[in-house]
Design a protein around this ligand. Structure first.
Ligand SMILES: Nc1nc2c(c(=O)[nH]1)N[C@H]1C(S)=C(S)[C@@H](COP(=O)(O)O)O[C@H]1N2
Ligand SMILES: [Mo]
Length: 251
């Protein structure tokens, strides 16, 4: 986070020729031009300019996995609806895929297991200052969006969760660069077991180039939208809306 802030500060101050050269190239990218010239937040444009958004997050060996991976935020949604799904071992749970898609879907855990699976051992970095390395597995979000027939009007993917944290519904969103990133998966397994309740059962997002709060647990719904304006309070996520965390939490 701090590293990013410093980088941005340097970039904004006018930086070196090297930085400007890199920016120039980045500004040629169509998605960057759209963002910048649609008059969106200049801060967001700069973040994109200074980061290679397609780069892979580091992956680790099994012997590097953390012996203990703590839980954070909601540890059990605790609602009647969630308790009922949990009691049935999530057999009745469905992931709704809707919004700007040609074919809305309602996917069970076995439907998700039928997609090609991506296992990955990555490091989770929480903004509160702790990290842990764990193994995640599930289909790539890209595959699920393809199955649903994502519309070209879609610009963001919104994740609705089963829990309320501090009384407010938890939700998150990412743009299409992250949605189609090869390491962005809908994980139903952690460390070779079904996700437990503390870590987000039955399904969570793993978007490996971003901080912990973007890794939405207890997924119920994935919705493709054109704008975040009508979602929550409009800033694209629980922490973005209720505190002032950045929407793009790149690491
Ligand atoms: N639905 C939901 N997702 C969430 C949270 C939450 O409270 N509710 N907390 C976030 C935060 S801040 C972190 S660090 C991680 C923690 O994931 P873990 O409990 O598996 O360690 O989940 C993120 N996703
Ligand atoms: Mo976090």
């Amino acid at each position: 986070m701090w590293r990013r802030r410093q980088l941005l500060a340097r970039g904004a101050a006018g930086g070196s020729a090297l930085l400007l050269g890199a920016c120039d190239r980045v500004f040629q990218r169509p998605e960057v031009r759209t963002i910048l010239f649609k008059g969106e937040d200049i801060h967001r444009g700069l973040q994109r300019a200074l980061f290679d958004r397609d780069a892979l997050a580091p992956e680790f060996r099994p012997d590097q996995m953390s012996p203990r991976f703590r839980t954070n935020g909601t540890r059990d949604p605790g609602t009647d609806a969630y308790a009922a799904l949990r009691a049935g071992r999530f057999a009745d749970w469905r992931l709704t895929v809707d919004g700007l898609v040609a074919r809305p879907l309602a996917l069970s855990l076995s439907d998700l297991g039928a997609f090609p699976q991506r296992p990955q051992i990555t490091r989770h970095d929480c903004v509160e200052g702790w990290s842990a390395i764990g193994k995640w597995q599930g289909p790539r979000l890209a595959e699920v969006l393809r199955a649903a027939g994502l519309s070209d009007r879609a610009r963001y993917i919104v994740f609705t969760c089963a829990d309320y944290y501090g009384g407010a519904p938890y939700y998150e969103s990412i743009d299409l660069v992250d949605a189609f990133h090869p390491q962005t998966i809908l994980a139903w397994a952690m460390n070779d077991r079904f996700l437990d309740v503390g870590h987000g059962a039955p399904l969570r997002l793993r978007v490996e180039r971003q901080l912990g709060y973007k890794q939405a647990k207890y997924l119920m719904r994935v919705t493709a939208v054109e704008s975040l304006a009508g979602v929550g309070k409009g800033r694209g996520g629980y922490w973005e809306d209720n505190v002032d965390y950045d929407w793009w939490a790149g690491i």
